[in-house]
Write a protein of this length. Structure first.
Length: 141
């Protein structure tokens, strides 16, 4: 079976992102995120006839200090660039229709290579760009 996920780490081994490409498959439900992560990322896979019991999710107060961002590419091509803390480019990932990425932490930049539409999911509440985002200036991109 093909590797089901690509992990992007910085030079110190810190997990920055998890990538699932559209052609990657699993036989059963599999989560790839660290169980302690504030955002869980993985595949839900079941055989025909599976039924999940009716349920709801408990309201549990949780303290979240890291804000992950998931992008599901519905059309187009998107590049996501990752940088080390010293602002040097670490790597880039190109995503096409059906691909998904969980951006966990670190300096990143999104570039649209072909007109795109992405579904994005991240923790809320969203306050404002000033409160929720830190822009990083570069000498070389």
């Amino acid at each position: 079976m093909k590797q089901a996920i690509q992990i992007i780490t910085d030079k110190n081994g810190k997990r920055l992102a998890e990538v699932i490409l559209s052609d990657q498959k699993v036989e059963k439900t599999t989560f790839f995120s660290n169980p302690d992560s504030a955002f869980q990322f993985g595949f839900v896979a079941h055989k025909k006839g599976y039924e999940e019991d009716a349920h709801y999710h408990k309201k549990i107060e949780k303290k979240i200090s890291d804000v992950s961002q998931v992008l599901f590419v519905q059309k187009g091509i998107v590049a996501v660039d990752f940088y080390n803390d010293d602002k040097t480019k670490l790597t880039e990932v190109h995503l096409k229709k059906g691909d998904a990425i969980n951006i966990i932490t670190g300096i990143h930049r999104i570039r649209v290579l072909d007109d795109c539409q992405c579904l994005t999911v991240k923790q809320g509440p969203y306050i404002s760009d000033d409160m929720d985002k830190v822009n990083v200036s570069f000498i070389n991109k």
